[in-house]
Design a protein around this ligand. Structure first.
Ligand SMILES: Nc1ncnc2c1ncn2[C@@H]1O[C@H](COP(=O)(O)OP(=O)(O)OP(=O)(O)O)[C@@H](O)[C@H]1O
Length: 721
């Protein structure tokens, strides 16, 4: 009963990690009195939090929990807890007969934690979010919780040492760890070792020991984690390791490629197709054909999403019919989706999880990829991991390397030698392999990303200020970044890219319109506010209305679009899942005019493991690329949850890459500003990035880690197994 209430309550709790931490809304708050919140500071904090309409001094403010008392009220007024957090705790207390304020506070903080991406609340460090509050003493809090009717088996809360979980998340974390440890403990796959060695030698040069280790691990283990930054060869390694696997005796393996978003799935399919076409890799013709033919789908499609259900068609009793499942962009996969994935694997299905552990974590709760890297890496192991890997989050930083083509190691380990000498054989202890060498980026962007990732603010600023075609820094002290609206470089980039999209869309050239959509992207940390997506969308609309007037368009307003919602070249963002159309939140597309004069909103599909599932769209657009990735088109009237996309949040840009990126940094006090956010934004670019901000913001971003409380890494450590 109580659990059901909790679940239904949780259903209304937003999970987008936006919200003040650190008591951002007001001055010091002490018990028992509450200091008044200075209005101006509160409004600035509210703007920073991404919601400029909210004023905590307003008696009707929905953010204020009217019925809250005591420490819950103080935490609410301090901006630590939302009204929803307090409401869930209050409800639980009533249903479970609990009145102890310490327990209710812990429950509300656990709800808050999930809202901000944590899986649990670490009772040892609650004061980090608001040191000014009088937190319960660390030694008495767990005891109070253990004695509570809300905590324990079959109850809404679960206490594990000093980690307090909402029961559902504890169950999921426990299940993921148990499934992975069970797979690790099972008899390994039967492998023809001689063929394995020969295939690795045929497909991998001797100077890529980590990639060779990944192929060996993917063949000889049930679970492999392949991590690395952009351009470190993850996709190339996927293509090669699949060929190594397929070279083993027996029938060809049934392979599934998947990613958390449609966009990422599309990119994966295209990239594997490109790997198949790379002439200097020693693939056989059959291997090239196999790789080219592999479809990629979203994880939801792979698992068999069912309308109105939180369960998938494939689960423990109906496992996925594949021999290998490869998941790309795993950093975006939440704990809940990981739980659904691993339970849907048969014990005889190999799993390869690929991604960049330094990127922003999933929007929903969990930090699964970094947790797997931390928990499954065993630096003390005799065989050693591919590189000594982090032992705890946050990961240990090392200074960036001076070698322009080489990313610094992600740990304090010595840099991988940048030579073509055969390196010492690398064994992937417990299946974790981290790729370190950067192949794609020439120089400044890779150096910048490395400096950020390793927490080196001085180097970050030096590279930003260094000039050159790849990296530029528009330094604006004004925290609203309004002066950027007069930046001719940014305006030129935006208008040029929009023009290319518009021309292709007007000519009915669907593949080109979709491709040009990725020429340039303005990225913001926040959704709303002057330095957020909404503010920048308005600025860009004005630019386009003035600068983008094709001959015979009938006027600037029509050409730019605000006057007519549907016009060729209008960039689109899907804002809610539409299951009937199989269009999902975050997917991007563009309006095109087809040869018959009709308008279509086109999107690249995330493919489907089940071709029959792709029934809803008119496949009006045909293939969009060499890899055969399809574009789907809809009559505009069928779309209900789309908006014009002139700018995107960094969170939404995950899994995508653009030729050029402009990043509008928020002020330094923004709670969204973290090293992971900056790193993720910078690594969205292929060619060049323009950063708009100031020194204080860059320093704040580089130094602040996005911390998520989870217990998964601990559960996977050898002692835990
Ligand atoms: N061992 C290698 N030798 C030479 N070139 C390589 C090697 N591995 C990768 N590359 C090249 O480096 C580039 C980036 O590789 P790849 O796309 O596989 O990286 P990635 O880690 O998947 O990048 P992203 O995460 O950005 O998609 C490609 O052009 C690829 O051909």
């Amino acid at each position: 009963m109580v659990t059901a209430e909790l679940r239904s309550g949780m259903g209304h709790v937003p999970v987008t990690p936006i919200g003040p931490v650190g008591g951002g809304r007001g001055g010091p708050v002490g018990m028992p009195g509450v200091a008044p919140v200075p209005a101006a500071a509160a409004v600035v904090a509210a703007i920073v939090a991404g919601d400029d309409e909210r004023d905590p001094t307003d008696p009707w403010d929905v953010a204020i929990a009217r019925n809250a008392t005591g420490v819950l009220r103080e935490a609410n007024l301090a901006g630590v807890l939302t009204a929803a957090d307090v409401h869930v705790a209050d409800r639980l207390g009533r249903l479970g007969g609990e009145t102890d304020e310490r327990v209710l506070l812990a429950a509300a903080l656990a709800v808050r934690g999930v809202r901000l991406g944590s899986v649990c609340l670490d009772l040892r460090s609650p004061g980090e979010v608001a040191p000014q509050l009088a937190w319960p003493a660390a030694d008495e809090w767990p005891a109070a919780l253990r004695a509570s009717p809300l905590v324990g088996s079959g109850r809404p809360l679960w206490l594990d040492g000093t980690l307090l979980y909402l029961e559902r998340y504890w169950r999921e974390e426990q299940q993921v760890a148990a499934d992975l440890l069970r797979r690790e403990g099972a008899a390994p796959p039967v492998v023809d070792a001689a063929r394995l060695d020969a295939a690795i030698d045929r497909l991998f040069a001797p100077d890529v020991p980590e990639a060779r280790a990944a192929a060996r691990s993917a063949t000889t283990r049930w679970t492999t984690v392949l991590g690395g930054g952009p351009g470190t060869g993850k996709t190339t390694t996927i293509g090669r390791l699949l060929a190594v696997l397929a070279d083993q005796p027996g029938p060809p393996p049934r392979i599934a490629l998947a990613a958390p978003t449609g966009k990422a799935a599309t990119r994966l399919q295209e990239a594997v197709g490109e790997v198949a076409a790379t002439p200097d890799i020693g693939f056989t013709d059959a291997e090239r054909a196999m790789l080219r033919a592999l479809p990629a789908s979203t994880l939801h499609r792979l698992l068999g999403w069912r309308p109105g259900s939180t369960r998938f068609r494939h689960d423990r009793s109906n496992p996925l019919p594949f021999d290998v499942v490869v998941v790309d962009e795993t950093s975006m996969v939440s704990l809940t989706l990981t739980a659904r994935l691993v339970e849907a694997l048969s014990p005889r299905t190999r799993l390869v999880l690929v991604g960049d552990p330094d990127q922003l974590a999933s929007v929903e709760a969990g930090s699964v990829l970094p947790d797997l890297v931390a928990g499954l890496s065993d630096p003390s192991s005799a065989s050693g991991s591919a590189r000594p890997a982090p032992t705890a989050a946050p990961q240990t930083a090392a200074p960036p390397t001076a070698a322009p083509q080489t990313a610094a190691p992600q740990t304090a380990a010595p840099p991988t030698p940048e030579t073509s000498q055969p390196a010492a054989p690398v064994a992937a202890a417990r299946g974790v392999v981290l790729l370190t060498r950067t192949w794609r980026f020439g120089g400044a962007v890779a150096q910048l990303a490395t400096a950020v990732r390793t927490g080196d603010a001085d180097s970050t600023l030096a590279i930003l200020r260094g000039g050159g075609p790849e990296v530029s820094f528009l330094e604006l002290e004004d925290p609203t970044r309004r002066a950027a609206a007069a930046d001719p470089v940014l305006r030129g980039d935006v208008v040029r890219a929009a023009r290319a999209v518009r021309e292709a869309a007007t000519a009915g050239d669907v593949p080109t319109a979709l491709e040009r959509l990725n020429d340039h992207r303005v990225l913001c940390a926040h959704r709303s506010g002057p330095f957020g997506v909404t503010g920048w969308s308005r600025i860009i609309e004005r630019w386009l209305a003035t600068d983008l007037v094709p001959a015979g368009s009938g006027g600037a307003r029509t050409a730019a679009g605000p006057g007519t919602p549907w016009y060729p070249g209008r960039p689109l963002l899907v804002t809610e899942n539409d299951y009937s159309l199989k269009l999902f939140n975050g997917e991007t597309g563009v309006v095109v005019r087809l040869a018959d004069g009709s308008l279509r909103a086109v999107f690249t599909t995330g493919g489907s493991a089940d071709p029959a599932a792709d029934h809803a769209a008119d496949h009006a657009a045909g293939p969009a690329g060499d890899a055969g990735v399809a574009a789907i088109g809809f009559a505009p009237s069928r779309l209900t949850h789309v908006q014009t996309m002139h700018a995107l949040t960094v969170h939404r840009s995950q899994g995508s890459q653009y030729q050029r990126v402009a990043l509008i940094l928020p002020p330094p006090e923004s709670p969204l500003l973290t090293r992971e956010l900056l790193y993720t934004a910078l690594t969205r670019t292929r060619d060049a990035v323009r950063v708009i901000g100031d020194e204080a913001t860059v320093r704040a971003a580089v130094q602040r880690r996005a911390q998520r409380a989870t217990g998964l890494a601990e559960r996977l450590r050898p002692a835990a197994g």
